[in-house]
Design a protein around this ligand. Structure first.
Ligand code: HPA
Length: 270
């Protein structure tokens, strides 16, 4: 595994004009941020050795290397979800490669369903912690000591200083943000009413199908992490309504400018 990571990193390092210390996984809600990256270089996933190949769409995404303000970033446009059929090693491979390239801070976004009764549709949630309910663990198997320890601490997975900075930025712009625990689940089904109640009962504020695997690997690798969800639908006990992928996309698009602004300012001031 180490040899493969290093091979991919060496391929990319040879192409890249510089090695950014900031990595971004442009999940739902951050498509717009991608368009604001200047001085950019793009590398399609298909050209990158050992990168997972797309299972469904014609092309699976690209790496974007460039600048947000004066800050150099390495962004993944398009992520790999467990529900698509990738193994956890594949889902998290790009994070390993980012680390090998020198990335120290990882920023992630996603869409999630809210279970906290104080949440509203379209809210932005700063993730304070997570609950991992995926059936496969990304660190299962032999541990490579040079990548991280066998039993990683998870008590401070989401870097407090970054959360505080993001809250200040949001307040300065009058943007409402909430904070909470993100439950990562495999999908691809949205939750049944009983499952929403269950995820609330175990301590979750929102639930989604990504992020947790990448964050676990980033923490294992010693990175700082900041993650934010757009609450695109609500699964609150007694008032669960139908949800569709289209609705999730639509709400995410509406909330996108707020998310973009916070992330951009956070990155420019890291
Ligand atoms: N559940 C899981 N994933 C999601 C949801 C949800 O309710 N909304 C957006 N992504």
């Amino acid at each position: 595994m180490l040899a493969i990571i290093n091979e991919t990193a060496a391929f990319l390092a040879a192409k890249m004009q510089y090695l950014p210390k900031i990595g971004i996984i442009l999940g739902t809600g951050l498509g717009e941020l991608a368009t604001q990256i200047t001085h950019r270089q793009e590398i399609p996933y298909e050209e990158i050795p050992h990168f997972p190949v797309s299972t469904v769409e014609g092309h699976s995404g690209k790496l974007i290397i460039g600048q947000l303000g004066n800050t150099k970033v390495l962004a993944m446009q398009g992520r790999f979800h467990y529900y698509e059929g990738y193994s956890m090693k594949q889902v998290t491979f790009p994070v390993r490669v980012m680390k090998a390239l020198g990335v120290e801070t990882l920023l992630v976004s996603n869409a999630a369903g809210g279970m906290n009764p104080d949440f509203k549709i379209g809210d932005l949630m700063i993730i304070t912690d997570h609950i991992n309910t995926f059936p496969e663990h990304p660190l299962r198997g032999a541990n490579e000591p040079s990548l991280g320890v066998r039993f990683p601490d998870m008590s401070k997975a989401y870097t407090k200083a970054l959360r505080e900075k993001a809250k200040k930025i949001a307040a300065n712009h009058g943007i409402r943000v909430v904070e909470g625990v993100y439950v990562g689940t495999s999908g691809p089904t949205f939750e049944t009413p009983a499952e929403y109640t269950y995820f609330r009962t175990i301590g979750g504020d929102a639930v989604g199908m990504s992020t947790v695997p990448e964050v676990i690997v980033a923490v294992h690798a010693g990175m700082q992490v900041f993650a934010m969800s757009i609450i695109t639908d609500l699964g609150i006990a007694g008032q669960v309504v139908e949800v569709s992928h289209e609705e999730v996309q639509q709400i995410a698009n509406q909330a996108q400018p707020k998310m973009t602004l916070i992330m951009k300012e956070l990155i420019e001031n890291l």
